[in-house]
Design a protein around this ligand. Structure first.
Ligand code: FE
Length: 343
């Protein structure tokens, strides 16, 4: 597999003339927000199966801007994201194109793809409640709604309300309860915070371990990443101090978010791009995904990793179509400002 520098060269080549176009038939260019170590095994497998060369550009930010700036001359064929937010943005900015594929439609459940086929989920995760084993009884909290109960005053930790993970969760609260109700809920949740929103998801679990708070919001895969962390073994202790609560099991299910992919608007290797997406939704790729980051494969028939089976078991995930939440994120952001959530 070639890397960023090679892709830049390829881009220059394809701009320069036709010489590279024949070559382009055997390659696909990927712009990825997902970290390289997560997707490399998959892209290598794809290359092995199809012979198509994958050129990978990874970046924490700015890939959409780059796509936008490059316009019709962009070498990018596929956009991979670590979360649904950038997929909404890409759709909104007209940077991606619909894909009609029976394979994708049958491999990926309907709520995990855009109804207009502009993005497709490849993995899923839940935004769950991490609860102190010592200070929260099992069954004491069962829903996101209950996070606003005054009994939790000074006992909840979260990262910034404006973080994309929280925006998606809060957007789902608006979808189910409306704007006015959610404003009050956010205000009450804010009143229950042990400290000003700060840090990342893992540092909230650390705060539970240290007794700063009793409940924390966090994505489910971080549990696996903490529990198996050899480089920072203290994280194993953070993980061992909490129970995992998948909220709202008696109604809509726990809020789900995804990592996913789109085919770009001007994909020079469009056919290969579609092939790559289809491969990533295949049984084989989904099984690799299941092992690599403690996420849930989107294909319901994929076996889950042992750790997930042991600690997360079967749970009900919310099956609202995620595209519905896209426009509600701006509303959530406005409500957060209104209640001064991050202050
Ligand atoms: Fe994350």
């Amino acid at each position: 597999m070639k890397y960023a520098r090679t892709l830049l060269a390829a881009a220059t080549l394809s701009l320069a003339g036709t010489a590279s176009i024949a070559q382009a038939a055997d390659e696909v260019n990927v712009y990825s927000y997902r970290q390289a170590f997560l997707i490399k095994p998959l892209l290598e497998e794809f290359n092995k199966e199809t012979g198509i060369e994958v050129n990978l550009v990874t970046g924490g930010g700015g890939l959409l801007e780059r796509l936008e700036h490059e316009g019709p001359n962009s070498p990018a064929d596929v956009l991979l994201t670590a979360e649904v937010g950038p997929l909404y943005d890409a759709v909104e900015r007209g940077l991606v194109s619909p894909v009609e594929s029976e394979t994708l439609a049958s491999n990926i459940p309907a709520h995990y793809r855009d109804p207009e086929n502009r993005w497709f989920a490849l993995t899923a995760r839940s935004r769950i409640i991490y609860a102190s084993k010592d200070r929260v009884e099992k069954g004491e909290i069962k829903t996101y709604e209950e996070l606003a109960d005054p009994k939790w005053k000074g006992r909840i930790c979260t990262r910034s309300g404006k973080h994309t993970y929280n925006l998606s969760l809060f957007a789902s609260m608006i979808a189910y309860h409306g704007e006015e109700w959610t404003e009050q809920w956010l205000q009450d949740l804010k009143a229950n915070l042990a400290r000003k929103p700060q840090g990342n998801d893992r540092s909230q679990v650390k705060a539970v371990k240290e007794g700063v708070c009793d409940l924390a919001l966090g994505n489910s895969y971080y549990f696996g990443k903490m529990l198996t962390n050899e480089e920072q073994p203290e994280q194993q202790e953070w993980a061992k101090s909490v129970n995992l609560i998948f909220p709202n099991q008696d109604d809509r299910g726990a809020h789900m978010n995804i990592s996913g992919a789109s085919v770009t608007k001007y994909a020079p290797n469009r056919e290969n791009a579609v092939k790559l997406l289809e491969f990533l939704s295949s049984e084989k790729a989904q099984a690799i995904y299941a092992e690599v980051n403690y996420e849930f494969p989107v294909r319901p028939d994929t076996p889950r990793s042992e750790l997930i089976n042991e600690y997360m078991g079967d749970f009900k995930g919310d099956s609202i179509n995620l595209q519905e939440l896209g426009p509600l994120r701006a509303t959530a952001s406005k409500l957060l400002d209104k209640v001064g959530f991050d202050n």
